[in-house]
Design a protein around this ligand. Structure first.
Ligand code: C5P
Length: 406
């Protein structure tokens, strides 16, 4: 995503107070300052003691062109600009990277150093971009802190999932600077290119009960659909995410509706209409048991029970049907194991949607994995996208959708 140009107008002449806390991702703050400055946004930096272990005040100063503040009890700083004033002179306070420690201090309302004092004293909106080891991110304490900060109106830029500096793999990597830039532009009242639009995204598998303990399901993890919901929200869309049972958390800043079955998913999607955009990334079960057994089906010793299946409603086809509630852009997915393009093109025509994102799920671990390789099929033909991680793909798709709406 090209971070700077589309946000230039919205960021110019604004002022951001950037707090850089400790963590290996602190180096990405340098790129963020560069992007903000390029967009005409003034940046004043505050570097915490832990942050200074990873980047120097001098590099922040060189890029921001401004004095860098580090010390709560500096008489010189205080005579130039009181620290309360520092927190109020900005249009937005940004913490990037935000360590688990600073998030905990913010939640508790501590004012133990310059950064936390400013965060407690500010009357401006605060946006945090967390970055930490995945276990720290997943810890109940961190998640509870984030929930409480979010409830107070703190904006959170979701971290990425991927290989981490500590050698582990998972969520907790600082979001890429262009993504943080887009969230800043949005927070500054600028809205983002999809501001004012409503998007419905379906994600994950559906579970179709056979009896009270068994169901028909599939391997969908929901990673791709959830990433798309987040990417659309980051560009300013109001997003309703209708998700089947998944093991991943709801993305921040989307309204999530949790369902089990295809019938429930359809009902939730219809209840969320009207929408401008619909992206059907869910792996909806094609069939369900005609009748759910009221009790656990027992082994009879006379072979397996016969399972009578019936067709599930096709949510994508229903959304694509002409009518006053049809979203302006309906995007479907096609998971294929052979003849990708011709099968996907047939699906585009058959379902009546506008675009199909086709991926080859044959044997490469794409279903449930971190990466995805797709071909985007639109009325103007097929575009082959290289292998990339699902978050990158989501951002690329969201940018394409925003271009369509320009
Ligand atoms: O027909 P197939 O399952 O291959 O089509 C995949 C596309 O259709 C995906 O976008 C999926 O979300 C959507 N779909 C749906 N409802 C169904 C089956 C598929 O929305 N019952």
């Amino acid at each position: 995503m090209n971070g700077s140009t589309s946000h230039d107008r919205r960021l110019s002449a604004k002022r951001v107070l950037l707090i850089v806390s400790g963590g290996i991702a602190a180096y990405k703050a340098l790129e963020l300052i560069r992007l903000l400055s390029k967009a005409g946004c003034g940046v004043t930096c505050v570097l915490t003691k832990a942050g200074a272990e990873f980047v120097t005040p001098l590099s922040l100063q060189a890029l921001s062109g401004q004095k860098v503040y580090t010390d709560l009890f500096s008489l010189t700083d205080e005579s130039e600009m009181g620290h309360i004033e520092l927190s109020r002179a900005a249009d937005l306070v940004v913490v990037a990277p935000a360590s688990a420690d600073i998030l905990a201090k913010m939640t508790a309302g501590l004012a133990s150093d310059l950064a936390t004092t400013l965060l407690l004293a500010t009357d401006k909106r605060v946006l945090v971009a967390p970055a930490m080891n995945l276990r720290m991110w997943q810890h109940a304490a961190t998640q509870a802190n984030l929930a409480s900060l979010q409830a107070r109106g703190v904006l959170i830029v979701q971290p990425d999932e991927g290989p981490m500096a500590c050698g582990e793999f998972g969520p907790g990597r600082l979001a890429e600077p262009p993504v943080i830039l887009a969230a800043i532009a949005q927070a500054l009242g600028a809205g983002g290119p999809l501001a004012g639009s409503h998007a419905i995204v379906t994600s994950g598998p559906t579970h179709e009960p056979i009896d009270p303990v068994r169901y028909l399901g599939n391997r969908s993890s929901g990673k791709q659909g959830h990433a798309i919901a987040l990417a659309l929200a980051t560009l300013g869309a109001k997003v309703t995410l209708v998700t089947g049972p998944v093991a991943i958390p709801d993305p921040l800043s989307v309204a999530a509706v949790h369902v089990e079955t295809a019938a429930e998913m359809l009902a939730a999607v219809e209840a969320a209409l009207p929408a401008d955009i619909a992206v059907c990334a869910a792996a909806v079960a094609d069939w369900r048991a005609e009748a759910q057994a009221p009790h656990k089906i027992k082994k009879t010793g006379k072979g397996p029970p016969a399972l009578q299946l019936t067709e599930n409603p096709d949510i994508l086809r229903r959304l694509s049907a002409p009518g006053p509630l049809r979203p302006k852009l309906v995007v479907g997915f096609a998971a294929e194991t052979q003849d990708l393009e011709s099968n996907a093109a047939a699906k585009l025509a058959g379902k009546g949607c506008d675009w199909i994102v086709a991926n080859n799920v044959g044997g490469t671990g794409i279903m449930g994995g971190a990466d995805n390789q797709v071909t985007l099929i639109t009325a103007s033909g097929a575009e082959h996208w290289p292998l990339m991680d699902k978050q990158e793909l989501a951002r690329k798709l969201a940018v394409r959708i925003a271009e369509q709406f320009k």
